[in-house]
Each structure stands twice: as C-alpha cells, then as structure tokens.
Design a protein around this ligand. Sequence first.
Ligand code: GUN
Ligand code: ZN
Length: 442
Amino acid sequence: MTATTKALRGAAISIDADPFLREPRDCLTHHEDALTVISDGIVTAFGPYDPAAVRPGVEPERYEGLLCPGFIDAHVHYPQMQVIGAYGTELLEWLTTYTFPAEQSFADDAHAARVAGLFLRELLRAGTTTAVVYCTVHPGSVDAFFAESARFNTRMIAGKVLMDRNAPPALLDTAERGYTESRALIERWHGVGRQLYCVTPRFAPTSTEAQLDAAGALVRETPGVFTQTHLCENRAEIEWVRELFPARESYLDVYAHAGLVGPRSMFGHAIHMHEGDFQTCHDTGAALAFCPTSNLFLGSGLFRLYDAMDPKRPVRVGLGTDVGGGTSLSQLRSLDEAYKVVALSGAKLDAVRGFWLATAGGAEALRLGDRLGRIAPGYEADLVVLDPKATPFMAFRTGYCQSIEELLFALMIMGDDRAIRRTYVAGERVYDRDRPEQFRYP
Ligand code: GUN
Ligand code: ZN
C-alpha cells in the first residue's frame, strides 16, 4: 500500500522543550513560512519552506494563520455539557443540585450518543484534538463516546465513572460491578485505533475503599491504562475525605494506598496541596490538571502552578477545562484565566509556557510526549490553524504585535473558538471554520 502524503504551507509554531525548566524563548520553534509534510497521519518533515523538499505531485495546501499542535484537555466531563453555567453553588452542592441529576440522563444510550456527538464537534471546533474525559457510571456512555471518537479518529482517553456510595442510587455501581464493567470496556476500547482507557473513580467520597482497591487492581492488570480522579479541589470536600478515611495521612494518600498514584495518573484540580503531596507526585510521576475556569467558577481556589512546577521537584501539569464546572471548552479561554490565576500569586504566565501547558506539556503529563503535542517528524498530525485576525478587534490588536511571543500572548488572552480556523486529526482536515456546512451536528 502506498502512503497518503500531503503537505501544509504557512506560518507554524511548536513548543519543543519544557519552558518551565529552560528559558522559554529557547523552547519555541517558529517558522514564518513552514512546510509540514504528513504521511499516513504522521508528520514526516517540518521546517522552513523549501521547494526542494516538496515531493513531485504533492502540492502544498496553503493556509492563512498559524499552525500549532492540537490542544490537549487534561480534564473534562462530556456528560456535563447540559449543566455548564449553572448558577450559584460551590462544589458539593453543585454536584448534588445540577451534576448528578444531569448524569442520570445517560442511562439512555440515545441521549449519550447525541451528547457525545455534540461534545466531539465542539472540542474540534475549539481546536482540542485530545482530551482526558469522564463519562458517567453507565457503560453505554463510554461506548457512545469512544464510538464517536473512533469516527473522527481522534486520540482520546476516557473511562466509566466508578461510584458506589454518596450519590443517587441510579448512579451507583458496586466495587465488583464497577470492576467487571470497566474490564469489559478496557477490552472493547483500550488501544483500539487511537482510543485509550482511563480507570475513573470519580473522587474519594463517592467510592468505598473496596472500590478504590478494585480500581487499583484494574490499573495494575492493564499495561498502559490511565487513571483519573479529583483531588484537593475544595475545603469542604477535603474535610469530608478526612472524615471518611481517618486512617489515611492525606487525601492523596487515600489514592496512593489503593495503588492509584503512578505515572499515568491524572489528578484534577489539586488546589489545596501540601509540599509533601507535590513531592509524592514528583516521585511517582503522577500528573495534575490545572482547571482555571472551573476553579474560579466554583470558587474552589487558586492552583499554585509555579509551586507545582518547581524545578527542584517538578510535577507534570496539564491544562483542563473541566466543563461543566469549567465555563468553556476552548483552551485559549483556559489560558486567559490561567494567566490571571498566576498573576494573583504575583507571578506571570508567558505565552510559551501557556501554549506548552495546552500542547506538549499536556502530552508529557500523559506520557504521550513522544507522539503528541508537537509538530515534529514522528509525531501524530493533530494540528490546528490559529487565526490571529479572527475578529475585527483581534485583527486590530494583533496588528500591533511585534514578535511571535506577543502574538501568541494576544491569542491566549483574546482568543476563543472563533480563533480556530482549521483542525486536523491524524492529518485529515476535520473542521474548517470557513466551510461550516461540512461539519454536521447531531
Ligand atoms: N469532584 C467530584 N466530581 C466532580 C465533578 O464532576 N466536577 C468537579 N469539578 N469536581 C468534582
Ligand atoms: Zn472534574
């Protein structure tokens, strides 16, 4: 079989080293006129445009804007699309008032399929090509999600929520049923095409110790499987965990005791962390998801990004939208809020570090940094074309930018889904802002 080869031509960026450990400017690759060659979904060449590098018969596709690796969302709940922007509560009341009732509607497979279809399209329209996704307790919600992802050939990481206490009866499984259903889903989806499974105990208060142990067993038994849960998001939640697990030294220790803290663990929020918690994450290689729009919306607190990323014991951090606690699926919106959160601590989040968190840093956090998050030979061709002139105001503002760093910063502060001109998945153009008729919603 001959390879399908295509080439893209235009400006491009990629953040190719960790700007939290090195001078940010040295981590940014920027070509004003780049050629990106893609063969069978993989980037095979990337560099300044050179007519000699263009294979005969492969006419480069030109784009206006800035090619960038597709965004990675380290923490998001697809069943919560119907409760985004729900008024007036903090975490625990928000869960019982809005979230648990909404998640019950995913017992209906047709509803799950419809929302999964909407969610995938909205992600791609926002420039996100990989996400770490919570489904609901219903196995059908996972099948619906992965089936839709397989249709777009997106690399997604997702799993069935495990809950065996402290939630409405209709949303509860048991330690044993949660294990059996997760195992069947792993066999059905993990490593099939680009889909990857994530063992997903919701958070310590909604799982018994037996269920957390069963989740740990799933992780131990399945090479390459991920795990995700919530950690230290809200003060009342942390106090509740202390009451439920009096024998454990800390919230993180509850998960560690069950074997859930390791190199493919993604902990959402991690706002109220002690130094010992960061050290444990560093030592075990566990990752944290910084979810600024959600942490602000639910009044949960301010993530300590530079403490987490302290070069003395750096912890891997990805950027999460946490919709529906979060208020947008656009990672450009997340970066805007992330900048403000960091500013409140007296520090600054520059554009190179910001874009790193949303691309290669997220991939590193997921141990997929050898294939996702950059534009480079051997990398999966999940790409977006950013449009710095997406609105008259943006065109006006970015007209004053004098460097690529300034332009990226303006994009991260002003940008949203309107600034995504095209999205490519494994080299295929799946979204084109200028051809909305090709992007049918369910
Ligand atoms: N903690 C437990 N479940 C959830 C959830 O769905 N969203 C958020 N933000 N925190 C949680
Ligand atoms: Zn969450």
